[in-house]
Write a protein of this length. Sequence first.
Length: 312
Amino acid sequence: MSAFPSANDIVIAMMNQNCYKLTVLVGGNPIRKEKGQGINSYAGGYASVFPFNKIDGVKIAVRCWSQDIGDPKKRMTTIRSFLSTLSSSYFIDFVYHENALFIKDKLQPVLIMEWVDEPTLKEYLNSHKNESAILKVADNFKMMVHYFHQKNIAHGDLSHGNIKVRADGSLLVVDYDSMYVQGLDNMPDVIKGIPGYQHPARHKNNILNPKLDYFSELIIYLSLLVYAENPSMLDTYYGTEDLLFSKQDYESPDTSSLFQQLKKSSNQRIVKLTEKLINYCVNYNDITHLRPLEDLLDEEFDGIAISIISKF
């Protein structure tokens, strides 16, 4: 029998206050759906998250794992300790609690987090279909991942659902289950992320490391440039689980209609970064050999500058 409850078991426990063994939960209530019965919940591959009103009315998020991520206590306490030294607006605060929720015949841990009402990256793009707004987000994303590199950390599961956008276009990330920080060097790389954001070789990576985001950084930044150039493309891709590119594009770059389209773009930055993406897919089989986004952009800028100079 698995030591982890099913998503349905977690929902049942969250609806029963007798299951609350954590003081911060006692007297509070999970937020119910607007229509029909039941409570709001967001179930992922490894955990379920519930918006929850504490007894004092403060809204929080309650996260409970349904699969093994490999010593969640060590992961979460190490990550929180490290992030607390940064005081960065890119992250939200959270606290790991052991023996917090009684589910069936066992006490389970939970993560109590700040609740974030801001829209996800894709939601924000869908409501801001203009070049200037999207390019602002692209610049903010570039600055965010550069900050991650400076601090030698990786989110590990960068995707539109894990990136939130504030009204001013600034960013923050949520869901730290797959994160790498100093102190987690020998932890297993369990959560591989959504295929549309990950290099095909990610499934072979075994240990957390600071290079986990390098492929998804390129995917997200390039997607933002494409949408800034042609916002109407969001209508085609908004309903998919990807931002723009898919697993199939990476597996068959030569037959990808999207790659062929972008290689013909009048925007040379899009062309150059698409070529780098294809090179990653074709010639790299180890994600630790990939390079950070700022390196690619420096190379791309140099290439364009040389091309312009050669015309004179």
